[in-house]
Ligand binder design. Structure first.
Ligand code: ADE
Length: 230
């Protein structure tokens, strides 16, 4: 499945340029029987199959992750991924990421190999690979030399704790809808104030959780939190 979409576009060009590297491993290579099986039935009964602790531990050990490298397990049970965590991962040595399939992973390998469970949202995918790709894509675009302009990452959704303001480009009139007049005024201060107000209104309406988290509770105008992740 890898690099899959990470081999195209922005991430793909950065991969080809050696800005980041990907070493995909098949857990089946660490299986010990001739069927190369990696899973077994859950202790205590129940549906589905569970990834075996011994096989997964052997696969992790074979990857020989350097000490200090984050070891992540993509799982809907994990702590939700945030832009702050993404920025922290992008600034570090690069994670080892375990992608589970099946019903789950034997709890003992999670503990024994210090895996940190990470979720990309409150829904269930059929495996961790697509979740890992989402995490990697979010990290790679923050690496130096990947995005065209340095500031293209600074203003966007989440970096300032607000959703992004609406964008417009030509044509000036689209199906009877004009570009908001302020954006054509050339008045940079007015444009900035308009964008800020739009971003705040969108965030309040769509993401009251973000709005509250960033200190915008009733009347409050607290300083935004550090969102650099360093
Ligand atoms: N694997 C399956 N569902 C997932 C999710 N929502 N996040 C991360 N990994 C997953």
């Amino acid at each position: 499945m890898f690099p899959g979409p990470l081999g195209a576009s922005l991430a793909g060009r950065a991969l080809a340029a050696g800005i980041w590297e990907l070493e995909a491993r098949d857990i089946r290579d660490s299986a010990t029987d001739r069927h190369r099986s990696v899973d077994d039935t859950p202790a205590g009964g129940g549906p589905g199959m569970v990834l075996r602790a011994d096989i997964l531990a052997a696969a992790i050990d074979a990857a020989a992750p350097a000490p200090g490298r984050p070891r992540l397990l993509m799982s809907p049970r994990g702590r939700p991924l945030t832009q702050l965590r993404v920025a922290g991962l992008a600034a570090g040595p690069g994670p080892l990421i375990v992608c589970g399939r099946f019903e789950g992973v034997d709890q003992r390998v999670i503990e024994a190999r210090g895996l940190e469970e990470v979720s990309i949202g409150d829904y269930v995918l059929s495996g961790g690979e697509i979740a890992a790709m989402a995490l990697l894509d979010a990290c790679v675009r923050l690496l130096p030399g990947v995005m065209g302009r340095l500031e293209s990452g600074a203003d966007e959704s989440f970096s300032a704790g607000l959703l992004e303001y609406p964008q417009y480009t030509r044509p000036q009139l689209f199906e009877g809808r004009p570009i908001p007049e302020v954006l054509l005024s050339g008045d940079h201060a007015r444009v900035a104030a308009w964008r800020r107000a739009e971003a705040e209104a969108l965030t309040r309406e769509r993401r009251p959780d973000l709005w509250a988290e960033h200190g915008h509770r009733a009347g409050g105008q607290k300083a935004p939190k550090d969102t650099t992740g360093r």
